[in-house]
Every structure is written in C-alpha cells, then in structure tokens.
Design a protein. Structure first.
Ligand code: ZN
Length: 81
C-alpha cells in the first residue's frame, strides 16, 4: 500500500517559493455540535508546510486514501511527475 504521506513528502513542491522541503503533519478534527450528535466520522487532514516560507496546504486524508486505485493519478495531478 502506498504511504500517502511519504508520497507527498517525496513529490511536494511549494507553489509559492518552489522549495521541495515540506514539513508534514496530520491533524484530526472531531466534529462538534450537530456532527458529533450524528456521530459523523472525524476527518483527518494532512498539513503540508513549506520549511522555507511557511506556506501551508491541507489535504483531506479520507478523500485521498479513499481513492487508492487512482491515488497515483491524483498525486500526478497535484504534483506533476
Ligand atoms: Zn515555500
């Protein structure tokens, strides 16, 4: 199985300054209020921060990992080859 975080680390390039040296962190946000009442799934986001300029992007891990078959295509789309 492809490790999505590892793939992002390998491919990511900052759209602001062009540096390919990201700091990657995973954040889980549990739902509050109505979503907690309905027991909705907590979402996990992958935060990719550029070590050079601090620019940060968030990716929804559920969506990325839920599309395993096309994951590589999505990554190609996001980061190029
Ligand atoms: Zn940057």
């Amino acid at each position: 199985m492809t490790d999505i975080v590892e793939e992002i680390r390998r491919r990511w390039r900052c759209p602001k300054c062009g540096t390919g040296d990201p700091y990657i962190n995973e954040h889980s946000f549990t739902g509050s209020g109505l979503s907690r009442l309905l027991n909705w799934q907590a979402y996990t986001y992958i935060a990719v921060t550029c070590r050079h300029c601090g620019y940060t992007e968030f990716y929804n891990k559920e969506i990325l990992t839920g599309k395993k078959d096309t994951l590589m295509q999505i990554l190609d789309l996001l980061f190029g080859r």
